[in-house]
Design a protein around this ligand. Structure first.
Ligand SMILES: [Fe+2]
Length: 352
């Protein structure tokens, strides 16, 4: 795995000098030299928006951010192996299922922050402060506008109906997004009905699960199937793409928010927790609080097409154009708690 992407002290100071005058930059030197003004992040997010978030935080606070990127499970294993010697302050991850896994592995510590508790709705954070959702995404149905009418669609449950045989596209069950979706079905219906649902889904697959969400959307546009499941930001990214082929594919398909007449569409979060042995705990909390400011929430919304979790922050216009929708209000922790059982069910159902 990569070493921390260290920025030079000189670069930080030069930028501060430009912002606030050389005197202030020199005053901050002892703090930086003491190693107090930095935050070390282990991140499994894979979005360019994060670079903007880090730069905005560094500019505003003069606190240096060092990042190690990796896969969620690798980072959790690394935190476990490093134990008290870990330099990590913050774990940034996509999907509540993963954050819950980190909590369960004992690599996070609880945080009491009035700022975060006020800014982040209760269903998007862990009740004791082990992690906080900082942006949200819905898992929705994408349909081919030529072969499917919105009135043909209703719920996730309905996608298991034989009428969709050979028409459904969805990525593998090894993907945590699908594990969390199945975890939400488990919470709504219990194990027996969830297994019947997963079997129905697998029986309807247009092809063996492969690729990511964007590949499912492209396959619907290409006529390989009629309906797919995808996170919202991937579709928005395609709609706003500078690549004409990708944009044309996105324009062939429509987005449908499922379960609007009952519990609402499945919404998951991307978020962060403080590492158990964070050497820079206070600055790390400051960083999390920064991510819940209107400035950072706008970056999540504009650069990655995610839904801000903080009320009153507008979504990207491409996202806002879909209109309001009803969201499943299940606490995101439940996806984590149900993860192992969800995965077993999907396995047994043949959703590989
Ligand atoms: Fe993603």
């Amino acid at each position: 795995m990569k070493m921390f992407a260290r920025r030079t002290l000189l670069r930080t100071l030069t930028r501060q000098a430009a912002c606030v005058g050389l005197g202030a930059a020199l005053l901050s030197l002892p703090t930086l030299a003491a190693g107090a003004a930095e935050v070390n992040i282990y991140s499994s997010r894979h979005y360019d928006a994060d670079k903007l978030l880090y730069a905005a935080f560094e500019k505003e606070t003069g606190i240096q951010i060092n990042v190690i990127e990796g896969k969620d499970d690798e980072l959790i294993e690394r935190l476990k192996a490093e134990g008290r010697n870990s330099p990590a302050d913050v774990l940034l991850a996509v999907d509540a299922g993963r954050l819950w896994r980190a909590q369960d592995a004992g690599v996070l510590q609880p945080v009491k922050s009035a700022v975060l508790e006020k800014a982040v709705p209760a269903e998007y954070r862990e009740k004791d402060g082990y992690w906080f959702g900082l942006s949200a995404r819905a898992r929705v149905i994408i349909y081919n506008k030529d072969s499917v009418k919105p009135s043909d669609l209703s719920t996730y449950e309905d996608l298991a109906d034989p009428k969709w045989k050979g028409r459904l596209l969805v990525r593998s069950s090894t993907n945590v997004y699908n594990q969390s979706l199945t975890g939400s079905i488990l919470a709504a219906h219990g194990a027996e009905k969830t297994e019947a649902w997963a079997k129905g889904m697998a029986a309807n697959f247009a092809r063996k699960p492969q690729g990511g969400d964007i590949d499912q959307i492209k396959a619907v546009a290409a006529g390989e199937g009629d309906v797919a499941i995808s996170n919202t930001y991937y579709f928005a990214r395609m709609l706003n793409s500078s690549n004409p082929t990708e944009k044309a594919a996105a324009q062939k398909v429509g987005l449908f928010f499922p379960n609007q007449k009952d519990r609402g569409a499945h919404v998951n979060i991307s978020g962060a927790g403080i590492a158990k042995y964070a050497p820079n705990r206070d600055t790390a909390v400051k960083f999390l609080e920064f991510l819940a400011t209107p400035e950072a929430q706008k970056i999540f919304a504009e650069a990655n097409y995610e839904f801000p979790v903080v009320a009153g922050i507008p979504s990207h216009p491409v996202v806002a154009a879909w209109g309001d929708f009803k969201r499943d209000s299940l606490n995101a922790s439940v996806y984590g708690q149900n993860n192992a059982e969800a995965l077993k069910i999907m396995d047994r159902a043949g959703w590989k």
